[in-house]
Ligand binder design. Structure first.
Ligand code: PLP
Length: 384
């Protein structure tokens, strides 16, 4: 029998947007689409990362240096690079607590294999994967209350909590005091937090980038991270998952799961990821993140000045969370911007009911795209 939840589920928000873009573009009179929607990176990988991967590829073509299967837990060199990166945040992990992955999305779902408990708390709005994949698996979803574009602590019993920091889609960031409240809550209520730090490199100032900067977190949190957004690895596919020994039995369970269900992550991807976490790779990442931050600042300016819409986010995040005018909902503003200006955004309601009345604007675009948006909106006549 087929799980009918798969066959009856509505299309993801990302494919709905893609469909509307295709419709708009099929009219040859329309201006080319300017995409601030899906949130894919546009800047290339670091030259040092490209060289390392090219060398790894040549190594595999040499009979004397060829390697086949690696460890299902990750290449020692990559795990060491992640450990070193965490040390720079005063977080001290053993490499046996770190596991290579093919990116965050698979981990956010697969981690459920080792967790019992069927009541799952999910921020509203949030990255749809938390909600959708748990719904597909027949779990009970509890939507966390929105608290000024962050989430409020649960008000009923839950077994597992997803938390993303900085948040997607609202582009906000929890500070240490707020994260401490979440960790304390998990310890007190015996729940496990799945902490998604896919955007941690966008955090500025001294705010925490890892949940393990918060005392007690190693007892109750699993951190899932990715090089997708920080090192332009959306196509290469590499990330990692931290499962601390202090979280009773979790490390052993995850280790077993990997040995049953995977033969590891691609060698070339892990070699590239190791270089992305080197001094040279991280310096390049910082220039890319500055570039996206600069885009966010310019986009916020034009949205405020020309569309006369309020927005938040964009400081510790590549995303702006734009408030719709009172007369429009998320999809109406999405269509208004697409149909009149060829600008693609993401309707907030697609990320959860509490996202209604907002759109998400991604700063993952070229500067040239921002310039074109500034031009197209320079004489915007708003109907609100
Ligand atoms: N987590 C969040 C919050 C995301 O926004 C995304 C992708 O957009 C992911 C995880 C998935 O990242 P990856 O490319 O590593 O699978």
């Amino acid at each position: 029998m087929i799980n009918t939840r798969y066959t009856t589920a509505t299309n993801s928000i990302f494919s709905q947007i893609t469909q509307y873009c295709a419709q708009y573009s099929s009219n040859t009179n329309n201006a080319p689409v300017l995409s601030l929607g899906v949130g894919d990176t546009v800047l290339p990988i670091a030259p040092c990362v490209a060289t390392a991967m090219a060398d790894a590829c040549m190594q595999l073509s040499d009979i004397h240096r060829f390697v086949g299967y690696g460890s299902e837990y990750g290449l020692p060199q990559y795990l060491g690079a992640i450990q070193h990166y965490y040390n720079s945040m005063q977080v001290y992990l053993d490499t046996s607590e770190i596991f290579a992955s093919d990116g965050a999305i698979s981990q956010l779902c697969d981690i459920m294999d080792i967790l019992t408990g069927s009541v799952i708390a999910v921020p509203n709005p949030s990255y749809p994967v938390y909600r959708d994949t748990n719904w597909l698996a027949g779990k009970t979803i509890v939507a966390l209350q929105d608290d000024n574009a962050l989430s409020a602590l649960p008000t009923q019993h839950v077994d597992i909590i997803y938390l993303c920091n900085p948040t997607n889609p609202t582009g906000m960031c929890y500070n240490s005091t707020q994260l401490q409240q979440w960790v304390n809550y998990c310890i007190e209520h015996h729940c496990i937090m799945i902490y998604d730090s896919a955007y941690s490199n966008f955090v500025r100032h001294n705010l925490p980038r890892s949940i393990y900067q918060i005392p007690g977190a190693q007892q109750c949190c699993i951190e899932i991270c990715s090089l997708s957004k920080s090192a332009s690895f959306t196509g290469i596919r590499c990330g990692y998952t931290v499962v601390p020994h202090a979280l009773t039995n979790a490390n052993k369970a995850w280790r077993q799961r990997l040995s049953y269900k995977t033969n590891g992550v691609g060698y070339i991807a892990q070699i590239g990821a190791s270089m992305a976490l080197s001094e040279c790779g991280l310096a390049y990442s910082r220039t890319c993140i500055d570039y996206y931050h600069n885009n966010a600042t310019r986009l916020q300016k034009v949205i405020t000045a020309n569309l006369r819409l309020q927005s938040s986010g964009g400081i510790h995040s590549p995303y702006l969370w734009v408030h719709c005018p009172q007369t429009m909902d998320s999809w109406q503003l999405f269509h208004y911007l697409l149909d009149n200006y060829g600008i693609v955004t993401l309707p907030g309601v697609g990320m959860g009911t509490a996202g209604q009345g907002h759109i998400r604007v991604s700063s993952f675009c070229l500067q040239d795209t921002v310039t074109k948006i500034e031009e197209r909106l320079s004489n915007a006549e708003t109907i609100w």
